[in-house]
Design a protein around this ligand. Structure first.
Ligand code: HEM
Ligand code: HEM
Ligand SMILES: [Fe+2]
Length: 478
């Protein structure tokens, strides 16, 4: 298997296209971190960039860049794994490349508009041209329609390739899941004047992405890469994949009730949300056990140390198992019961969970995929852990954990002071924001964001130097 990777150096155009998507994804991740640092600074020093770069705009770019870089990395990874799963070149690869450029041009325009048109009234025209104002998926309507067209082209490529080539269980899950993932985007495109109705459908995108379709998606990536890296058996990973699909959809769909507690929807959502969302951590624990079990079993088979074709990717997959379990499972469970959520809703508790969950469940495994891609691109047989890699994985994860704990402490302060002591009054809101626990938490969040940023620089240096070193080794051989 390792040899087949060696022979694959740019064998498929599809793999090249994957790298194009990855490059944009990494640039957007960098932009996301920079925006995070700006808004974290504004939390402490509100005059920072006052009337030059608004908090609301920088925050919007921060979280929209997050969603977009992850979608880029996801599309890229589908193009990366498709040839090895189906045994053929991606059908419609020319279309795929064209769509990449169209999407990238559109996203550049959208971000420039966000940054240059910061204030103004919200009108029908601003929904079409500037942004729709739905957190995380704020793209204006012209871009929304463009995104739908691009994604239709992408889904066509996946289906055409899987139908023409070999169809594995993994590809079958991928096909069904991508259709759901893409289709859900439509729920966030319709504007209504009723804020309850608007929020009701908006959660169909946000919640059903991150707690159903994206989770299934990353489970397919874990299955694929474990086969590539440690030679896990297809039968075993695919069996787990099906179990996880069933469990994730079982709990994730009705678990959406945890967003329907206070938005004006009927009270029966309290019970439904409490029960099903409390079950959501179960598949996440199963996934963690699964990854560690596979690892241990492989090590046993190899007489103590398992053969690893790609150490950096594997380390990031382990970080994913732990991060998904902690960020989504544990941190999610913290505030998912309505009895708890009534106190934590709208505090930094949510942000603490949001950061660790997006990081642990998605950023980690997508970074693993960057390493999988670069390994194929340069035909590296066995990718070892370099110094830069070690620095990046530690700094990024310690930074994120530190940020999450700092936010948790700030949120705890808000719950005690604003909610418990002052009964959720306007006055309590401001008193809690000035309380020492809150302010110190915000300070540590900024420091830990800085740690992440340094880790990101190490990541870039590592990714860039892997290719260079591979080329140097090749030329040394000649
Ligand atoms: C990887 C999966 C997950 C991601 C990426 C994620 C991310 C997020 C984000 C970003 C928010 C804030 C949304 C906003 O802006 O209002 C949120 C809210 C929430 N999440 Fe998650 N989440 C995940 C899984 C879970 C799980 C498994 C649970 C429960 C066990 C959970 C429980 C909640 C609850 C209760 C809220 C609402 C908080 C509030 O508004 O009071 N999440 N999640
Ligand atoms: C340099 C590192 C980072 C810093 C300093 C930072 C800072 C911030 C700040 C200040 C906010 C606004 C919170 C509020 O409105 O109360 C925010 C929101 C958010 N950030 Fe970050 N961030 C960083 C990295 C990340 C990363 C890596 C992710 C995901 C992988 C992420 C995901 C989010 C999400 C989902 C929200 C919305 C949370 C919510 O509404 O509950 N951030 N971030
Ligand atoms: Fe949710």
């Amino acid at each position: 298997m390792v040899d087949s990777i060696k022979n694959n150096v740019f064998k498929y155009e599809s793999e090249k296209l994957a790298m194009m998507y990855y490059r944009v994804a990494i640039i957007l991740l960098g932009a996301q971190l920079l925006m995070g640092m700006i808004i974290a600074t504004q939390f402490l020093y509100p005059s920072f960039l006052f009337e030059i770069f608004d908090f609301s705009v920088a925050r919007m770019v921060h979280i929209n860049a997050l969603i977009v870089w992850m979608l880029y990395a996801m599309i890229g990874t589908v193009y990366l794994l498709m040839p090895s799963e189906t045994g053929i070149e991606t059908v419609g690869i020319g279309l795929g490349k064209l769509l990449f450029w169209v999407l990238t041009a559109a996203i550049t325009v959208v971000i420039l508009v966000y940054i240059f048109v910061q204030v103004g009234s919200g009108t029908e025209a601003s929904i079409w041209l500037i942004h729709e104002g739905r957190e995380y998926i704020e793209a204006p309507r012209w871009a929304d329609i463009g995104i739908v067209i691009v994604v239709l082209g992408f889904v066509f490529n996946v289906y055409a390739t899987a139908i023409k080539g070999k169809r594995t269980g993994l590809m079958t899950v991928m096909m069904a899941n991508l259709l759901a993932l893409a289709g859900l985007y439509l729920c966030g495109m319709f504007y209504t004047d009723n804020i309850t109705v608007d929020q009701f459908w908006w959660w169909w995108v946000i919640h059903l992405w991150v707690e159903a379709t994206w989770e299934v998606y990353v489970a397919t990536l874990a299955a694929w890469s474990l086969m590539q890296i440690i030679g896990a058996k297809r039968q075993i990973v695919e069996m787990w994949l099906w179990i996880e699909v069933a469990m994730l959809f079982g709990s994730g769909i009705l678990g959406m009730g945890h967003h329907y507690f206070w938005i004006g929807t009927p009270e029966y959502w309290w019970e439904i949300g409490a029960l099903f969302s409390a079950l959501e951590p179960v598949p996440l624990i199963a996934m963690l056990v699964h990854v560690i079990y596979d690892w241990g079993k492989e090590a046993g088979r190899q007489g103590g140390t398992a053969h690893l074709a790609n150490t950096p990717a594997f380390a990031w997959i382990i970080a994913n198992g732990a991060g998904n379990f902690l960020g989504a499972g544990v941190w999610g469970f913290f505030h998912t019961l309505p009895q708890v959520n009534i106190y934590t809703h709208g505090t930094q508790f949510t942000s603490s969970h949001g950061h660790l969950a997006f990081w642990g469940a998605y950023a980690t495994i997508l970074i693993a995929m960057f390493y999988m891609g670069i390994q194929r691109a340069h035909g590296i047989k066995q990718m070892k852990a370099s110094f830069n890699f070690k620095m990046s994985i530690w700094l990024l994860n310690i930074g994120m954990l530190g940020m999450t704990v700092a936010l948790l402490i700030s949120g705890y302060g808000q719950v005690l002071i604003e909610r418990a002591q002052f009964g959720a009054t306007w006055e309590g809101f401001f008193i809690s924001q000035n309380a020492v626990w809150f302010v110190q938490g915000m300070g540590w969040r900024l420091v830990m964001g800085g740690v992440m940023l340094i880790g990101f620089v190490f990541l870039i240096v590592d990714l860039l130097s892997i290719g260079k070193n591979a080329k140097l080794r090749e030329s040394a051989k000649v």
